[in-house]
Design a protein around this ligand. Structure first.
Ligand code: NDP
Ligand code: MG
Length: 389
């Protein structure tokens, strides 16, 4: 029995992960859950999964959850906040931690889980973006496996299964292009509702906006760089609107392997949780006659400046990726709250990056300090924005 802790259980990935576990009862079970604010969904999950420990974002909600557990005769330890999240991440009963929280808040619990020698199923890409070298170093030191959940990284990982030391020439990282790849609409007029209408994936709000700006692909290039030790220069972004090929690897002999399926996150989640085995799935088989054609295009860096900024931050290294990521998190939240226009997301990230003096990011403290400073700088620029309109 594989025992799993799910951090971010009430989110898009978290809920789909519980769906996967449900289909492999007797083989997979849940020992810890962590969520932030969605009490209604969290209570249903506690009833169904009966974990040993459950963490909620706000301490003020602990009483309500304890009352709920008592009423339903559930023996669950309720914890909260940052400490609660860390407790769920390192709980001794779990062998695998699925990190599916959104944002750099996932960094500390991820490091805690690695230090507790848990295998990691990683959806939370922001943690790798802000502290990739630190995470990979700790994972190596504690002999911990990081199994990718992000669909592109799962695809690359699947293409690498036959050869433990492959000569990778290039990674071809595919991107749907988001809702505005072909759109003639001026980016300045894009609303949150426009940007939340993703053509191929239904996901949490933050990653959906990141997909619309193509920031998501920049974050994923950095993620792939750390996970597979491939220089960013060897990672090529390929726009592929059908989202059928989830990424490709080109090898020394010029052979290119691709992983294909209908777009459904339950496949990479399942593969990470059942690896090294492939198991039966409830997904619909891929019907290539219905898909008919697979298209490929180059990204337009001028139309999507967030992608260029993310790649620049990745190449700069040190604290810069953490700064870029924090500015993006703050700007995306402000866009979703309708405080700034779509085009301001990239402008804010760029301003925050230009003000930052990069230093080496070899400790957690350095990374967290850079993240906090960038958040404050971005918030200040947004306040200026609000006064100017
Ligand atoms: P969602 O916004 O749907 O879910 C985020 C989850 O994190 C929720 O359970 C939320 O709790 C929880 N959370 C947020 N902040 C905290 C906190 N401080 N403490 C504890 N829990 C917290 O996001 P997604 O599921 O879409 O994405 C999760 C991660 O996976 C992201 O890093 C994303 O980039 C990555 N990913 C997602 C994909 C997808 O298809 N959705 C695909 C590939 C990668 P609550 O809801 O209770 O507030
Ligand atoms: Mg992805």
């Amino acid at each position: 029995m594989k025992k799993i802790a799910i951090l971010g259980s009430t989110g898009s990935i978290g809920r789909q992960a519980i769906d996967v576990v449900r289909r492999f009862r007797g083989e997979l079970s849940i020992t810890a859950l962590a969520a932030n604010s969605n009490l209604a969904v969290f209570k249903e999950q506690l009833m169904e999964c009966k974990p040993l420990v459950a963490s909620i974002g706000n301490a003020a909600d602990v009483g309500e959850l304890e009352y709920f557990c008592k009423k339903h005769n559930l023996k669950i330890k309720i914890v909260s906040g940052r400490d609660g999240l860390l407790e769920a991440a390192r709980h001794p009963a779990a062998g695998v931690v699925l990190s599916a929280v959104v944002g750099s808040v996932g960094l500390e619990p991820l490091l805690a889980a690695i230090k507790a020698k848990k295998d990691i199923a990683l959806a939370n890409k922001e943690a790798l973006v802000v502290a990739g070298p630190l995470i990979m170093r700790e994972a190596k030191k504690h002999n911990v496996r990081i199994l990718p959940v992000d669909s592109e990284h799962s695809a690359i990982f699947q293409c690498l299964q036959n050869d433990p030391k492959p000569g990778i020439r290039r990674i071809l990282l595919t991107a749907s292009g988001g809702p505005f790849y072909r759109s003639k609409k001026r980016h300045a007029g894009i609303t949150a509702a426009d940007a939340l209408a993703h053509p191929t994936w239904i996901m949490g709000k933050k990653i959906t906006i990141d997909s619309a700006t193509l920031m998501n692909k920049g974050l994923e290039a950095i993620e792939a760089h750390h996970l597979f030790s491939v220089p960013l220069e060897k990672i090529e972004i390929v726009i592929h609107p059908q989202s059928i090929i989830h990424s490709m690897v080109e090898f020394a002999d010029m052979s290119v392997l691709a992983q294909m399926s209908n777009p459904d996150m339950r496949l990479p989640i399942q593969y990470a949780l059942t690896w090294p085995h492939r198991r039966d799935s409830c997904l619909a088989p891929l019907d290539l006659f219905k898909v008919r054609s697979l298209e490929f295009g180059r990204p337009d860096f001028r139309k999507f400046p967030c992608l260029a900024l993310a790649l620049e931050a990745g190449k700069t290294g040190g604290t810069m990726p953490a700064v870029m990521n924090a500015a993006n998190e703050v700007a995306v939240a402000a866009f979703l709250e309708r405080k700034i226009p779509f085009t301001a997301i990239a402008q804010i990230i760029e301003k925050v990056m230009r003000r930052h003096k990069t230093v080496a990011s070899n400790s957690l403290e350095t990374v967290l300090a850079a993240d906090a400073q960038a958040r404050e700088a971005a918030a200040q620029i947004i306040r200026g924005y609000l006064f100017s309109v």
